[in-house]
Design a protein around this ligand. Sequence first.
Ligand code: ADP
Length: 433
Amino acid sequence: MAEKPKILYVEDNLMNRMLVKRLLEAHGYTVLEAEDGLSGIKKAQEELPDLILMDINIPGMDGFEATTKLKSIEGLKDTPIVALTARVMDGDREMALTAGCDGYIPKPIDVDTLPGLIKDFLAGRREKVAVAEERVYLREYSQKLVDRLQEKIEELTKANEELRYTDEMKSRFISIAAHELRTPLTVIQGYLSMLTQAEDEAMGRWNDNMREVIQGIAKGVERLNTIVEDMLDVTRIESGTLKLHLGPVSLKDVITAAVRRLKTFAEERQQEIVVADLSGIPPVRGDADRLLQVFVNLIGNSIKYTPDGGRISLSVRVIEAGEVLAPHVRSTGQGEFTEVIVEDTGVGIAEEDQERIFKRFYEVKDPSLHSTSKTSFMGGGLGLGLPTARGIVEAHGGWLWVESEGYDEEKCPGSRFHVLLPVATKATASSSK
Ligand code: ADP
């Protein structure tokens, strides 16, 4: 038995869809449905129906526009499209045919004649407008399209402005929240140092329980401090107020300091941190504390997203001027760049996430996996580390990006973070930004 002809019905009204579906199915057709122009186009491309019934007054892209689009798609050019509309005004039929429809059926649907009409269109019936008439309608149709385009651009511009405003409010909120949190934190820190001092004065005669409690509070306060600082850094980067104290910085010193800071965490996870020979690498022009922050973040992430027993390697190479650099690096037209590569044997990052992870608050994993530990396996944080690190590197006139074969917790393809920094020259060695 031959396959049943497939009819796609694009219509926003559920009752109409049900009626036509029931009617046509009873006549041996398969009926597919779409509620609006865009989903109709998508479904038509996927299903390649034998005929499309197109309601004209549908939300978003209207039936005329959807038809014009459908007729431009390879594989659908010859599919008959029949307009269905309740808006029977003078010229509607001609307009529908000019837009690309092959026929026009006024609503309400006549259940007695519809199946026969569909059969005719499937057999090759095509309605046409006279050429001279078509020219007039084409002009009217293109005018209508331009009006719609203008309306859409105005809507989008307005929506964009609103989004920008909401984004600004959110940034302002982060900044205010961070500043507000800082005040009680300073107070707690003050009392904490009084307690530590009191212990010193008591010559360490406090019992172990008490010491443990104080250490616990100190640890919590330190963590909170880092979060508040991260929030402040993000707002500084966004508003372009991040202050850099630029000077010649030894990458060897910065990387050594970063590794020293995180070594015990890696050891707890039986991970090895391998640093290549960094002697002979020229100093970069940078802010040593901020660069330390970048490498602590990158190595810390590598520890977090690499299973126990993995390896984290750091290497540096000098790039000659003229070599192809990352797309966002401002060309200085002189001198060289240095590239630091932080590579791990961790879970890796899916291609579609490789840019997104540099966006604020973006986390690949479920936020319920949030962990208070900065280094436990897969323990997600606030999602501010990488945007901040990129912001710092960018403020140095460099760029930070990642390469990875993809995300796989079993195979662990690893990630390679590249940090591109300008080398210090005599002319740029000192000066602050
Ligand atoms: P978080 O505080 O969540 O670690 P980051 O901005 O530092 O925030 O990182 C954002 C996301 O990027 C992380 O949630 C993680 O999914 C992914 N990521 C960062 N570094 C690595 C890495 N070395 N390997 C795999 N995934 C990583």
